[in-house]
Design a protein around this ligand. Structure first.
Ligand SMILES: [Zn+2]
Length: 256
């Protein structure tokens, strides 16, 4: 399978359409060859699927080596996704741990009337006020609505701050639940999306994501220019990215 090594006679269309799988240390690795500069290794939810996007000239053996080098990291990511699967099967009952702005809170479910609401008590308790007949899904919706409201308050001042610093303007922004990404940017539309899960992370992670997505309005790719922008404006950005990737609900990837 290393026939691509050093080969320049393959036509680009054939190569770029090529997708196949190899097995490395018992892990199935899907390889997609593209006209790209860097090898990109990703571990994806929900099952920890491993996918490598490789430049056309990179051989399967080189991909194999890259996977072996990152084996510890891949297994850690896969374990985190397995934990996430367990975590997502939450019962939404008193005593459970839930996160808000990087801090762990104990859930306290209180029977109440109306649409349901959440209150933070003593920096260690999230009071979830819900109707007596609210099942786990209904309780989850109340909590998510609260998270959404908090992000809606936290994000605008950060957006404004960084729009001024970077000299860009996002025409719109939104919050949504995303399974594989912490944020997204459509540079053409000038639109930015933030993952609802960011409400569970330290606010510095939210800020990093906002800077990252706004930087895409200047440079759409994760190019050297993009990295230089991040280094100049938020020198500690790698730390925040690592913190997000530590989290079970993250898109986990590694770009070389
Ligand atoms: Zn990006």
């Amino acid at each position: 399978m290393s026939a691509f090594s050093g080969s320049s006679i393959w036509s680009r269309t054939k190569m770029s359409a090529e997708t196949h799988a190899i097995v490395v240390s018992g892990i199935a690795v899907q390889i997609i060859r593209k006209d790209i500069k860097n090898l990109h290794l990703g571990v994806y939810p929900p099952n920890g699927r491993v996918r490598v996007a490789a430049p056309l000239a990179v051989s399967d053996d080189a991909v194999r080596l890259a996977v072996i080098e990152r084996l510890g990291w891949i297994k850690k990511r896969q374990a985190a996704f397995a934990a996430q699967e367990r975590q997502s099967a939450r019962e939404m009952v008193s005593g459970e741990s839930h996160y808000y702005l990087g801090r762990r809170y104990r859930l306290h479910v209180i029977e109440s009337h109306g649409a349901g609401w959440v209150a933070v008590r003593n920096l260690n308790t999230l009071e979830l006020h819900v109707r007596a007949d609210a099942d786990a899904a209904a309780r989850q919706r109340v909590l998510e609505r609260w998270y959404r409201g908090r992000l809606r308050e936290l994000a605008p001042p950060l957006l404004e701050k960084w729009e001024t610093i970077l000299g860009v303007h996002a025409t719109s922004w939104g919050i949504k639940k995303m399974k594989t990404k912490w944020g997204a940017c459509n540079p053409d539309a000038g639109r930015i999306w933030l993952n609802l899960e960011l409400a569970k992370k330290p606010v510095q992670c939210l800020e990093y994501l906002i800077v990252h997505e706004l930087a895409h309005l200047i440079e759409r790719h994760h190019s050297d220019r993009f990295v230089a922008l991040m280094d100049r404006h938020l020198p500690q950005w790698r730390h925040h990215r690592a913190e997000l990737n530590e989290a079970p609900l993250g898109h986990a990837d590694w770009t070389y």
